[in-house]
Every structure is written in C-alpha cells, then in structure tokens.
Ligand binder design. Structure first.
Ligand code: CMC
Length: 431
C-alpha cells in the first residue's frame, strides 16, 4: 500500500510540508506538489516532464516496464486482433465499446461529415505543389476554425462533439487532397459506401478516368496501423493539444497544434525518418558503420525507430506491427530488401551493449514505414497517416479535458539562468 502523503523537510530551516499522494487506478503513486512553493519556497524541476503527471485521464494506460498498452482498459493486442479503427474511435471518445446499433450510428455520423467545404480546395490550391503534405495539413486543420463556426463554443457539449466527429471524418479527405495537390491530380470526393481506411485509399488513388478497386489487404493493414496509432497517453502532441486546450482555444486550433508537434522526427516524424535512414544505410554491410554513428555522442545521428520515453522493455505496438509487416508483404507478393535490412539492424542493435544498457528497443515506427511503402504511400505522407489516426486520441483527450472541472491553464515555471536586473543603457553611452 503506497503512503497517502509524503513529508518533505527543508534541512536548512527544519520546516516541513506534508504533500498528498494521489493513487490512480493503475501506475505509480503520484505526489501532488502544489503546496510545495507556498510552504517551503521551492519549485520542482523536471526537464522533459519525465516524472510529472499533468492531468488525470481515463483514456489510455501504458505500463512501460511490462510493455502494456490499454485503450479504456482494453489491451491493444485484443483491439488489434478483433476491432476496427472506427470502433476504437468510438471507444476512445465515449469510454465504452458500442453495441451494433451505436456503432452503426457513429459510422453514419462520421460518413455525414466526410466532405470538406469547397472553399477549402481553393485554400489547398494556394500551396506550392512541392509543399510537404504535413505542412499543408497543419495549415488546413487550423483553417477549419474559419470554415466551421457552428462548433467553436467549447462550453457547449454539442459543439464539442460536432467538432470532434468532424475532425475524425475530415482528416482523411484533407490528407488525400494534400497528396493529390502535390501530384497535380483533381481532388477526389469521399465515397461513403467504403469503410474508413478504404475511403482514404480510394480518395488517394482513384482517378476520374478509370474504375478503382481498393485492395482489402491494404485497407485492413491501414486500419490496423490506425488502431495502433490512435492514442498514446500524454505524449508530446497530445500534451500540446491539452496545453492549447487549457487556454480555451477552439478545438480546431488545438488539434492543429497537435499536428505541428507531431511532425518532429523524435515523435510522429520518426516513421518517415526510419525509411530515409534505411535507404541511407542501403545494405547490411553498412549497418556496423551506422551503429557506431548512433553511439557516437559527437554525431547527431540516432537510430530512428529505436527508443521510447516510456517503454523500457518492448513496445507492444512494435510486436504487432512487425508480424503484420511480414504478413502484408507476403500477401501482396512483395519482397522488400528494406525489410531484410530492418530485421538485420534490429538483430544487431538488440545485441549491442549500448542499446541493451539504455533499454532501447524498436518502437512502433520502426516497421510502420515498410508497411506504408508496401501500400504505395509516399514517404512524405507517413506522418500525415499518423496524424489521421492520432486525431482520434487528440479529440478524446481534449473532450475529457473540457469535461474535467479541475482543468486550469497550463503554465509551467522555469529555472531562470539569465542576468540579474540591470539598468538600461542609452545607445549613445554603449561602448
Ligand atoms: N539511437 C541512439 N541512441 C539513443 C536513441 C536512438 N534512437 N534513443 C535514445 N538514445 C540514447 C540517448 O543518446 C541517451 O544516451 P545517454 O544516456 O548516453 O545520454 C539515452 O539513450 C536516453 O535517451 P534520451 O534521449 O534521454 O531518451 P528520451 O526518453 O528523452 O527520448 C526518444 C525518447 C523516442 C525521443 C528517443 O529514443 C529517440 O530520439 N528515438 C528516435 C526517434 C524515434 O524513433 N521516435 C519515435 C518514438 S515512438 C512514436 C511516437 O510515439 O511518437
């Protein structure tokens, strides 16, 4: 049984303060430090928030030592095996699995919102054809607050839900439009007879001149990747969404902030970086050279797709995706030398002292890029795919935040390292 309070004593003054300990339904007990500055005159320092909980949440749970990931209590392995992305979206947003009629009603709600405002196409058309699709996506999601005024009142639960469903429904349409803009194809309308992942593939690859059949192997693989990426607790982009949300910003602005944070190579940009890295390594003989670079502190090169802030044993999503990667390539009749290279790299890294000591294992994005490549998805669209899936997690966490009375504006403190107060020197008197 963990203690329900922690006594902190200042050795200089002998003053002390009792800090309450919060116990969630799982995970480490957490010390509530709010009283510390007032009682003893100290802040706490936690660069990268490695030891700090910023909210209470019942959406997703990770046990990094045991490699456990639960969405609303359900293990990711069971959801990956038996569920669909739309059902997972319902689960994350509402807290419970739907019955058949609730699921159909939710599907219909999403279908109703799949189209985008025609003027958004003019907006997309303003981007240079060679703009990165993720750069376009960030701008377009933010612009939704200019297009959909009927869902900006964050105090109104109906507005909140409408904005959340809208973003889940429209992200694939926006993503496909960005892709088609970059290759000069006319934008495709969503085909609502198709499921979520099939609809995206259809919007990306169908042309007005020819019939296009979505490959069910590709659609199922994409649906699975979306399930695996749907939510991941208080990661950098979700924390960004919550920080923006804490100011009362509108939902589209908050999700756009999440998209921006996701793009970094340490986060959602890693899937694209992995594929570029594998191409750069080129062949198995070059692996040792790149391993040495990854271990060299004077070289910024890192083994992309390796390591995780929370998982220190294995990433359960990576285990699922590794298996799927082999299955998809086999079913599609593809033999990709990059997969052999990735497996060799994984094998060598897992035996290397540097990686073993630091508990660096392949993460979800080590293999996702190889599947995306097999599905013909261009490398610069990988992070966009991640953003489509994570939108479900972002909106679920944002909805939860809006419904939590203790939510306050996020406002971290700092350790100031600048100059002490000094007097302004007029320009003419400066040496
Ligand atoms: N290659 C080489 N060394 C690494 C790597 C790597 N990929 N990741 C961590 N290290 C080393 C790091 O240099 C440090 O060594 P030392 O203790 O000697 O200074 C030690 O391992 C701890 O690393 P850290 O940077 O303090 O760990 P972190 O928790 O701050 O960073 C991470 C986690 C995921 C950002 C990092 O492991 C990384 O940059 N990985 C590569 C990028 C990547 O694959 N990101 C996708 C994450 S999963 C998808 C998602 O959820 O977004």
């Amino acid at each position: 049984m963990p203690a329900d309070k922690l006594l902190i004593t200042d050795p200089d003054t002998g003053s002390n303060v009792e800090l309450p300990v919060i116990s969630g339904s799982a995970g480490l007990p957490t010390v509530d430090i709010k009283k510390l500055p007032g009682a003893l005159g100290y802040f706490t320092y936690d660069s990268g928030f490695a030891a700090t909980a910023a909210c209470r949440s019942s959406v997703t749970y990770i046990d990094g030592d045991e490699g456990i990931l639960l969405y609303r209590g359900y293990p990711i392995e069971q959801l990956a095996e038996q569920s669909s992305f739309t059902e997972v979206a319902y689960l994350l947003m509402n807290g419970e699995l739907p019955d058949a009629s609730a699921l159909e009603a939710f599907r219909q709600e999403i279908r109703y919102h799949t189209m985008i405002h025609e003027s958004m196409k003019t907006f997309i058309g303003g981007f240079n054809y060679d703009a990165h699709p993720m750069a376009m996506m960030m701008g377009i999601v933010a612009s939704m607050s200019a297009f959909y005024h009927d869902s900006l009142d964050i105090e109104n639960p109906a507005h909140r839900r409408l904005a959340a469903v809208r973003m889940i429904a429209k992200m694939p349409t926006v993503a496909a439009a960005c892709y088609r803009h970059s290759i000069g194809w006319p934008y495709a309308y969503p085909s609502n007879a198709l499921g979520y992942a099939s609809r995206l593939l259809h919007m990306m690859y169908s042309v007005p001149a020819e019939p296009y059949e979505v490959d069910p192997v590709a659609a199922n693989a994409l649906d699975l990747l979306f399930i695996l990426h749907a939510d991941h607790e208080q990661n950098a982009s979700t924390s960004t969404v919550r920080l923006a949300g804490s100011t009362g910003a509108n939902p589209y602005a908050c999700i756009a902030a999440g998209c921006c944070a996701l793009w970094g190579p340490a986060h959602g940009g890693a899937n694209e970086a992995v594929l570029r890295m594998l191409n750069e390594i080129g062949s198995v003989e070059n692996v040792p050279k790149f391993m040495e670079r990854a271990k060299d502190k004077n070289d910024p090169f890192r083994l992309m797709g390796f390591g995780h802030r929370v998982y220190k044993n294995f990433d359960p999503r990576a285990t699922i995706i590794r298996k799927t990667c082999h299955e998809v390539l086999e079913k599609m009749g593809i033999s990709d030398p990059l997969l052999d290279l990735a497996m060799k790299l994984e094998e060598i890294a897992l035996q290397d002292d540097y990686f073993v000591e630091r508990k660096l294992y392949p993460n979800v994005d080590f293999y996702s890029g190889i599947i995306y490549k097999a599905l013909n998805i261009p490398t610069n669209m990988f992070t966009v795919m991640f953003a489509i899936a994570r939108t479900v997690g972002w909106v679920s966490q944002w909805l939860e935040q809006c419904e939590t009375p203790e939510t306050r504006i996020g406002r971290p403190r700092q350790v100031y390292t600048g100059d002490a107060a000094r007097d302004y020197v007029p320009l003419t008197e400066r040496a």
